[in-house]
Design a protein around this ligand. Structure first.
Ligand SMILES: Nc1ncnc2c1ncn2[C@@H]1O[C@H](COP(=O)(O)OP(=O)(O)OP(=O)(O)O)[C@@H](O)[C@H]1O
Ligand SMILES: [Mg+2]
Length: 334
């Protein structure tokens, strides 16, 4: 599969000098054309920091301290997003990549009609487009995300939470970006609504052909809707595999813990085991594997040496990677 976005050895810190804490540690991750990549991990594991870092939307004191983010446009040469000028970056953010933020549905402007907010995006990025075409495009976009075009002239407060969320997704898609990043866009909504909206997004992806990075706590959603899942812990990717493989046979004890934190999709209800203990403090990361103090399977090397993320020593090891001493990497993968 062709890559669309390649994150290589990305490091993100909060703060400078000896006060700095590293929230994203040496992350390498590839998003392929047309795929849905799920990113999961407990609160504070660095998911949003990674999303903001790779699109250079980090607010101070966040700083990118290393790495590359290689973007492959539909035509032309691949380039490093981290090296773009501010102007090129603005264009990249909307036209090539769009983010729907955590809590985005509350970020619609309350004093403007949703039609105006949609056409404003087009006005800013496609100044040559006629007013008529803009309105038609906005109408079509609303229809795509499941909102009747006769709600075009509604103000945000006249819409339900789910509808506002759909409008945000419409705004993200209206310039037909190649990559859509969703950072828990649906947490504030009920579970049925979450599923519905996510299902609709996947359908749109099949029609419009963009790729998705979807960030959530809800691993059951990812198992259902994503092609591949990457699991983050303490700022690192600790496991990555096709969604079905993770569900069936996660290798990292942390991934297993996350999986047992939600009820089985089908069959008998399981006890929600969860993971005892709490996520590591960035200012005092444990030596070795940062999960070892909470790990039920920790043994001698875990407290002293950091396991590298690589292809595990299992029969179906191709296409998956894990950073765990139980499955030492045969070969590192990007
Ligand atoms: N502005 C900031 N200043 C200092 N530290 C920060 C800042 N923002 C985030 N952090 C720290 O960086 C780490 C990663 O935070 P991040 O928001 O990326 O986690 P997350 O995985 O998105 O969590 P959640 O699931 O709760 O959204 C956390 O330990 C957090 O405390
Ligand atoms: Mg977050």
């Amino acid at each position: 599969m062709e890559p669309v976005l390649e994150i290589r050895n990305l490091n993100v810190d909060y703060g400078l000098g000896d006060k700095a804490v590293r929230a994203v540690r040496d992350v390498s991750l590839t998003l392929h054309k047309g795929e849905v990549l799920g990113l999961a991990g407990e609160s504070g594991s660095g998911k949003s920091t990674l999303a903001y870092g790779m699109t250079r939307l980090l607010a101070p004191p966040g700083v990118i301290t290393g790495g590359e983010v290689i973007y492959h446009p539909p035509s032309g040469q691949a380039y490093d997003v981290l090296g773009l000028s501010d102007r090129a970056l603005r264009e990249f953010r909307w036209a090539e990549t769009a983010i729907v933020f955590q809590g985005a549905m509350n970020s619609l402007n309350p004093v403007h009609k949703i039609s105006t907010q949609l056409t404003d995006v087009l006005r800013a990025h496609e100044p040559k487009m006629s007013e008529h075409t803009r309105t038609a495009r906005a109408r079509e976009m609303l229809k795509l995300v499941g909102i009747s075009p006769d709600r075009m002239d509604a103000y945000p407060h006249q819409l339900s939470g789910g509808m506002r969320q759909r409008v945000m997704i419409g705004m993200a898609l209206i310039l037909q970006p190649q990559v859509v990043i969703m950072d828990e866009p649906t947490t504030a909504l009920d579970v049925v609504m979450q599923r519905q909206i996510l299902g609709q997004l996947i359908e749109l992806r099949e029609r419009l052909g963009f790729s998705v990075i979807f960030i959530t706590h809800d691993l059951s959603l990812l198992v259902e809707f994503s092609n591949r899942i990457a699991i983050m812990y303490g700022g690192r990717i600790v496991e990555q595999a096709p969604a079905a493989t993770i569900y069936r046979d996660a290798l990292h004890p942390y991934s297993k813990g996350l999986l047992s934190s939600f009820p089985a999709l089908r069959g008998a209800r399981r006890e929600l085991a969860g993971i005892p203990g709490s996520p590591p403090d960035l200012a005092g990361m444990p030596a070795g594997c940062s999960f070892h103090p909470r790990c039920p399977r920790a043994f001698e090397p875990c407290s002293s040496a950091i396991p590298v993320l690589g292809r595990p020593d299992v029969p179906d090891g191709a296409g998956r990677s894990v950073a765990c001493w139980l499955h030492p990497a045969e070969q590192t993968v990007g």
